[in-house]
Design a protein around this ligand. Structure first.
Ligand code: CTP
Ligand code: MG
Length: 587
């Protein structure tokens, strides 16, 4: 089996690799390892169909026994027992078929979720910035579910009903060879109609799945931005937007229903049944077959009902599953720019950072940073200042390769970040983001995020160093207090100190603090100041800040303007040499 050779920031070695070159091949490569379940399904389905066909055969024999010139009543009891026995066995086989289908459906769902999640974790920020979360969620949850449904009931019914259709071919010739005529005509027309149906169905099911993805994207964004929506009193506009998307989804479904309703085999079954009966009666009149043969044959024709009625539903399910498979595959196969570089440089970091004529842009034709060159010695503190949009956040994200420099180099300890083992590089650099993200779990778990095996003692020490212990213990549940939905919500300053505690715990060699929040009361400010000063000790620290007190004691100050270095040096140097810098301080 081949796999795609996409770069990935994160991989886990897995015993199984899947073929991602097309949706069918991908589904097959997921299915093939469970060949034994497929065999169970086939045995179950074949047995079920065969035993179902025995029923009309036995009934036909019973009719012949009664209508014979000398009625053979004694044959009726054994025939009845045979019918009962065969139908009991049939029920068991049916159970096997259903069980097998459900088992493989669940296994596939789990494996695909696994594959998708790992792949999403491995994709670059460039990918995640563009791909809407709601749509990804729709693919990772509902689309994966559709693949489950594709097997159970989808494939289950298709296999089951197909084998039902085979039975008249196996059993009818024993009465008369000509009785193959109607089943043959039926089968030919059925498969032509099915082919047409599947062709017109696949764009419709694609539309259904896409409409759902769009709906979900909007829902996720509206909920994520609920405060903005409410703040701007845009609830009504949101509702109408949502309605529009919901209508699109409904339309797609109606179209699917429309196709299902026009599926011709429904009509075909009626024709086959009537035509078959007529054919059998003619043969009976000609003395070619007996009345039991007519009865049995009609019973066999009745078996065509299963493929007829199951097919719209089952094939729609399969088509939806394939549409979903294509959507999942699209995510799996979408290009990502970075790779984890497993064999790369992975030493203990000293903390020297060097930018060499570095340039960067989020998209190729727009440059955010231009010609950045400076070096930071291990242990130094660098303040990065500049107006909003100047590129401060972008600059520090190049250090741990969240984004990759477009031209020029970024070196850590003299080694190009591209040559570092990505995990090793990122583990030793801690970036405290501008908007600090906390997971909805306890405070302790949030602090220990980068070091899940940290003890309670370590967590508390980190919290104390980050000046967070005090406010944490003021909550009733202390470190076990839940953050988010069911628990406490934190202020900006408190979030920041939790993030600092995270950093203390992982003890990174390079610490980046992206802190553009300036509106904090002086008591909190004092706390945060002390926490930052403690955090900066003994490691290279980048501070993005507007706080003059912090800027002043930095070893190096980089003034950014429109993505370029406008001035660089120590506070005293810059006060003398830079007009731009003096302006910051005179504000
Ligand atoms: N930008 C972008 N895509 C992103 C982030 C930023 O195109 N995902 C652009 C912004 O439009 C901006 C430029 O990159 O023009 C620099 O952004 P950033 O580095 O975030 O600026 P900061 O200096 O950090 O601004 P602030 O003080 O507001 O945080
Ligand atoms: Mg910023």
């Amino acid at each position: 089996m081949t796999t795609s050779n996409l770069a990935s920031e994160f991989t886990i070695s897995r015993p199984r690799q899947y073929n991602r070159t097309s949706a069918v091949r991908w589904i097959w490569s997921h299915t093939a390892p469970y060949w034994w379940i497929i065999i169970i399904i086939f045995i179950g389905a074949a047995g079920n169909a065969g035993l179902a066909a025995l029923m009309p055969v036995y009934i036909g024999q019973a009719f012949d026994a009664i209508t014979a010139a000398v009625p053979q009543i004694e044959r009726l009891l054994p025939l009845t027992l045979l019918i009962i026995g065969s139908q009991v066995v049939r029920a068991i086989l049916q159970l096997g078929r259903n069980f097998g289908a459900d088992l493989i459906a669940q296994k596939l769902e789990r494996n695909i979720r696994d594959e998708l999640y790992i792949s999403l974790l491995g994709k670059s920020m460039t990918f995640h910035n563009i791909q809407p979360v709601g749509d990804t969620m729709a693919r990772a949850t509902n689309d994966v579910r559709e693949i489950n449904f594709m097997y159970s009931p989808g494939v289950n019914l298709v296999v089951g009903s197909f084998l039902f259709m085979v039975m008249p071919f196996l059993f009818a010739p024993q009465y008369h060879r000509d009785l193959l005529l109607v089943p043959t005509l039926f089968a030919i027309t059925y498969f032509i109609a099915l082919w047409e149906y599947l062709h017109s169905l696949s764009p419709v099911t694609d539309a259904v799945r896409n409409a759902f993805g769009k709906l979900n994207t909007r829902l996720a964004e509206a909920l994520d931005g609920i405060e903005t929506v409410k703040g701007a009193a845009q609830e009504e506009a949101e509702v109408s937007l949502f309605n529009k998307l919901a209508l699109k989804m409904r339309d797609a479904f109606v179209k699917q229903g429309d196709l299902e309703a026009r599926f011709i085999p429904m009509l075909l079954y009626g024709l086959a049944f009537g035509g078959g009966l007529l054919h059998a009666l003619i043969l009976y009149r000609q003395g070619e077959i007996q009345i039991g043969g007519v009865i049995a044959y009609v019973g066999l024709l009745e078996m065509l009902q299963f493929p007829t009625f199951a097919s719209t539903f089952a094939y729609t399910q399969i088509s939806l599953g394939m549409s979903s498979a294509r959507r999942i595959l699209e995510l799996l196969n979408s290009e990502t720019l970075l790779d984890q570089n497993a064999d790369g440089y992975a030493e203990l970091m000293r903390g020297e950072v060097c930018f060499r004529s570095t340039a960067f842009g989020y998209n190729p034709n727009e440059s955010v940073l231009t010609d950045i060159s400076f070096t930071v010695q291990p242990g130094q503190t660098v303040a990065i200042v500049g107006q909003t949009g100047a590129g401060k956040t972008s600059l520090v994200k190049l250090i741990n390769r969240t984004y990759e420099a477009t031209t020029g180099d970024v070196l850590v300890d003299g080694v190009n970040v591209r040559d570092w083992n990505l995990a090793s590089l990122r583990e030793q650099i801690s970036i405290i983001e501008q908007d600090i993200f906390l997971f909805s779990s306890t405070i302790a778990e949030n602090i220990a995020f980068g070091k899940p095996d940290a003890t309670q003692e370590e967590i508390e020490m980190a919290a104390k160093a980050a000046q967070a212990h005090e406010f944490i213990t003021s909550f009733t549940d202390g470190y076990q207090a839940e953050i988010g939905e069911r628990g406490v919500t934190l202020s900006g300053g408190q979030r920041q100190r939790l993030a600092l505690a995270r950093a203390f715990l992982t003890d990174p060699r390079i610490l980046v603090l992206d802190d553009s929040t300036s509106a904090i009361d002086s008591a909190t400010e004092d706390h945060i100041q002390r926490a930052i000063a403690a955090a900066a000790k003994g490691r290279t620290t980048f501070l993005i800040t507007h706080r003059l007190s912090q800027i002043r004691w930095a070893d190096l100050i980089v003034v950014l303007k429109n993505g370029r270095i406008a001035a660089i040096g120590s506070h005293d140097e810059l006060m003398k040499s830079s007009e731009a810098y003096r302006r910051i301080f005179s504000e």
